[in-house]
Design a protein around this ligand. Structure first.
Ligand SMILES: Nc1ncnc2c1ncn2[C@@H]1O[C@H](COP(=O)(O)O)[C@@H](OP(=O)(O)O)[C@H]1O
Ligand SMILES: [Mg+2]
Length: 277
């Protein structure tokens, strides 16, 4: 049995149960509140799923830390060598828009590095899971399949996926300079990385500083378990050690075949946008 196999089983179970909580609220006429500082919408679903997941993780792994979006306290990541990063509802705007493109993220960082991730799309019942260094899987009503990123290497042939609700204008510069012609939109960082891990898209760029470690910890583990890459726009892995929570240098997820060609272009655009020095 691989290391972290038991952790993965527990995270999968908790993600599915949290999915039921989201769907219960989704079926109601829920109200939406704007978070302070323009940090986006929040609903009863975010809060209920957050409380449930944090409680279950603390019960199952009392020696681990937990950092979750609706708590926004990074201190556990500094105090514990293993720390869970939880986004109870990634894609809250899509939840509000009722288009199904939202997910639960449960990631585990060990010594500050992404090690394990579960991304669960409650609408459609699609669960991505992976341990870094092991084969990742997707499970949906059609069955269970191994994850493997595409091998498209020509930048002009890359199928780009971007945020549906938070696409930045600077993304246009990446599109033009790489000669990309195929672009799709999806909510949720995790679901976009899931599309890459299933080889349905090849590249995801997020040219802004408005995402947080709970957005990318689980997705990073999933995409790496599919042979892909998730870094900041300078090509460096983010640390999940509590030193910062905000992804100040944007996000770049890519198949391995095109990463070296995409990185200099994405970095240059990020420099021009003031995200990199
Ligand atoms: N311009 C923006 N404003 C606010 N949040 C943004 C943002 N761009 C990205 N995000 C973050 O990216 C996550 C997913 O966004 P998207 O679905 O557009 O890819 C959001 O997570 P939450 O929905 O959990 O808040 C949010 O943290
Ligand atoms: Mg999120």
């Amino acid at each position: 049995m691989p290391a972290l196999a038991q952790e993965l089983e527990v995270a999968r179970r908790i993600a599915r149960q949290a999915g039921d909580i989201l769907l219960q609220v989704y079926a109601t006429d829920f109200s939406v509140t704007d978070k302070a500082g323009g940090a986006g919408p929040v609903t009863l679903a975010d809060e209920r799923a957050n409380a449930f997941i944090v409680d279950e993780l603390r019960k199952a792994f009392p020696a681990d830390g937990v950092v979750a979006e609706e708590n926004e306290d990074a201190s556990d990541a500094r105090r514990f060598s293993r720390c869970w990063f939880v986004d109870p509802l990634d894609g809250t705007q899509e939840f509000v828009n009722r288009n199904g493109e939202f997910a639960i993220h449960i990631g585990l960082a060990v010594e500050g590095r992404a090690a394990l991730g579960v991304v669960y799309r409650a609408v459609g019942d699609v669960l991505y899971s992976g341990i870094v260094g092991e084969q990742g899987f997707v499970e949906d009503p059609q069955g269970r399949r191994a994850l493997r990123v595409s091998d498209v290497a020509d930048p002009a042939q890359l199928r780009l996926v971007v945020s549906r609700s938070h696409r930045s204008k600077t993304t246009d510069a990446v599109v033009q300079r790489l000669g990309i012609t195929k672009e799709t939109e999806s909510g949720s960082v995790g679901l976009k990385c899931g599309l890459l891990a299933e080889a349905r898209c090849d590249l995801y760029v997020h040219v802004s500083d408005k995402s947080y470690r709970w957005d990318n910890c689980a997705p990073e583990a999933v995409i790496r378990s599919a042979g892909g890459v998730l870094t900041d726009l300078a090509g460096n892995a983010y640390l999940y050690d509590g030193s910062e929570l905000q992804n100040r240098r944007g996000l770049l997820a890519c198949n391995a075949a095109a990463f070296d060609k995409v990185l200099p272009v994405a970095s240059q655009v990020a420099r021009e946008a003031g995200l990199l020095k």
